[in-house]
Design a protein. Sequence first.
Length: 547
Amino acid sequence: MMLPTRMQVAVRLRPRLTSESHEAEAVLATSSHRVQLLTTPRARRPVSYKFDHVFTPHDSNQAVFDAFLAPLVLSVLEGTHATVLAYGQTGTGKTFTMLGRDLWGLCAGVDKANTNDAYWLADDEPTQRGLMYLVADALLASRRGPVTCSYLELYNEKVYDLTQGDANESGDKVPLDLREDAVHGVFLPDLRVLPLHSLQTLTDILWTGAQTRASRATNMNERSSRSHTILQLHVDTTDGTTATMNLVDLAGSEKCKKHISTPRHHTSQDMKELKFINQSLSTLAQCISALIRRDRIPHHQWSPTAIPNSSVHIPYRNSKLTRLLQASLGGGGLCAFIVTLNPCKSSAQETLSTLQFASRAMKVTCEPCADPKLVTNQRDPKQPDDGAIVAALRTEVQALRQALASERLQKRTLLFGFTSLLNGDAHAKAATSSHGDEKLAHDLWGKLCDLEHAMESQLHDVRASKLALSTTAKHEPQPTIDHLDVSGHPEDEVGSSDTTTTTTCWDEYVDAATGFKYFHNAATGVTTWTKPPELLRLANAEPTSSK
């Protein structure tokens, strides 16, 4: 069997009510695949839309099942998951389509004689069973395996089990916790799974749900559904897999001014319900738009089992409705919409919005698969036991630990390399600084040496000038210094002057560079480092002469 590769969309027009007989029609079914919106607030001419199926007000629920749902039921029997959603404005026949005439009357809770609704058919016309009955009947008749079911409600962003009725003594329903793991995907651990033996069992389940489901009178409906409901039918196939059929009856979208019948009937509870309904439906529309953007990505970059890795964010978590239907909407199974329309001109704006949503939904692609965890929102008894779940979680934790250790090692390696680079730069700077200091010291040493040589040269010039001045002052010719007697004993010369003259010619000097004394005889030109004998004799003779 060839499975569809995109979401399937069917449009169903409800008949006009007696109270609407004076209104003009705004939408017509022009063929079995086309619907035409005759008037819109902004368009001047009719707008035509094409869908997989278009059902007129005269088509029964059985006709809808045969033409639209029967192929989906066959795919479920072959192991593929499927989800069908009834979407539309309040009072357009969503609950009637899903539950049928009898149970719709039970949910509405009104007297047949006091209603003008066209759904109440003539007494001699056979009862119209809803799609929930027709699908369950087909699954039971196939005898492919045991069939089980669950029935839940999503009210004000809380999930309740409709098969339990009032769960506590105070009459308040107990909300269910939403869980997710690697084995089951998204599921409700406390949701009851009941065996479905016959249609009478289903009637009892739906009747219990009809008694506890949230509903309220609005300006659009005498007893409007104020919650979303999901009937899950699970079929165990011969190959050991479990396929699920989700039948979703969405609460109607509506505006505040149409929701409130009169100002005095307005309560905070009304507004709270309306807020959560519109919020969940808005999130559903946002997910559809995001899925269309995702499908524009090349096919090899995404798959239904790896949607979180896609570059397009899909806001499933913004509402519990889309969270529960995440796998179904994301392409993990077959998904179909039955869009219900109000034919009257007064609802043309809402009808246009509904048709635009349906057109976008047809653009979402899907890749059906038989993985039970993708669309099963409850813990099936035949799923792996707690030991298998713990083992799977331990394996996942071990893999995450290894990935974390690898990342830490990589970070340490990078940090070590960065530190080494910084240290190398510091050593290079230190070496450069040391080399610079050494060069500076060498330059200073050279300059000091040059200064010392210059000072010595200047000192030599000073000494020579002083010696010349001393000789000139005594008016004596300056002899030539032939030699310096290092022994300190100048040689005797022929024709030398007497002892007194020689003695008085010795002058004492101090060398500025070394600090040593030296003696120079200007008469003879002799220079000696030791004290001349004449001066020694003179020094020894002075005490005697003083006596």
